[in-house]
Write a protein that binds this ligand. Sequence first.
Ligand code: ZN
Ligand code: ZN
Length: 362
Amino acid sequence: MPPNSEVVEFGPKVSDTTGVLYEMDAEPEGTAKDLSTLKTTDGRKLELVWMNIVLFIYVHTASLYGIWLLLTAIKWQTFVFSVILFLFSAVGISGGAHRLWAHRTYKANLPLRLILLFFNTLAFQDAVYNWSRDHRLHHKYSETDADPYNSRRGWFFSHIGWLCCKKHPNVTAKGKLIDLSDLRRDPLVMFQKKHYLILMPICCFLLPTLVPVYFWGESLSVAWHVPALLRWCLVLNGVWLLNSSAHLYGKRPYDQSISPTNQSFLIWLRMGEGYHNYHHVFPWDYKSAEMGHFSQDLTTNFIKTFARLGWAYDLKSVSLDMVQKRVLRTGDGTHPIWGWGDKDHPQQDIDSTTITHKKKIK
Ligand SMILES: [Zn+2]
Ligand SMILES: [Zn+2]
């Protein structure tokens, strides 16, 4: 039996035309195929996963109580601790699972991989191995039934609903075919996968709860509800927003034929993953954003700092020339001009610009 015979009903065309994993995948403007015929949400009955549903209801309700405790009862040390844990967890997903392991946008030495793996386990979004497999599917089969968080199934499904029901058969079938050999060769990734059910509860729940109680006498309730649950819940929703909102609302300056968008709201958060349209066009860029002021986010600066130490290396990026060509070819026209002298700068804006301190002509 040929290896891909189990996905024959899905058809090879889907993998050829959806998701712009590489520059050459993009089709010239005007000849882009209508992907709607390839994108189905076939109306099959959902098989709900009640354990996850109950867990998510509890976590969100408890996090609301955590907000109340944050405003009324928390010790300042616990507040600082929670913020630090939040940032570590976010970097563990964006700098670790996402940019290092899922997309291989850079390489990291053993100590940095250990740090990122610890940060990642703090964030409890499943083992890096599984997260990366799902995320590679998301990029390769974007907006189809083989995309685990297919935004064609609506905001709720792509945000949290996909975790509340069993995977679509196409996700399972394509997941078996996606190349994960690089992850299998990484002993740290495989160690985390093997011992996840021990490591995750220690990192994500026990440590954040026990440290404040033991070291500065925080109440058990505050420690459980704020640095453990509320912090976890915020990171979860932050990442989920990239799968939901950043595939539905916003601008598409780099490629208007795909659904991922650049989201001003997520960009404002500055965790570095808000340029989702850019990221789906150039997923190998370690910045997940264009050069210049676009890439001043926490994750990029984290990687750059470790690159200066030599712990992160082989950082892959995209030249401005390549970005500009792509913007002109497939963008939706919303890419901002780079500055004074940009040929796309509207003449009326140039005419009405005030220039002061002009050089005196003798
Ligand atoms: Zn990605
Ligand atoms: Zn996406």
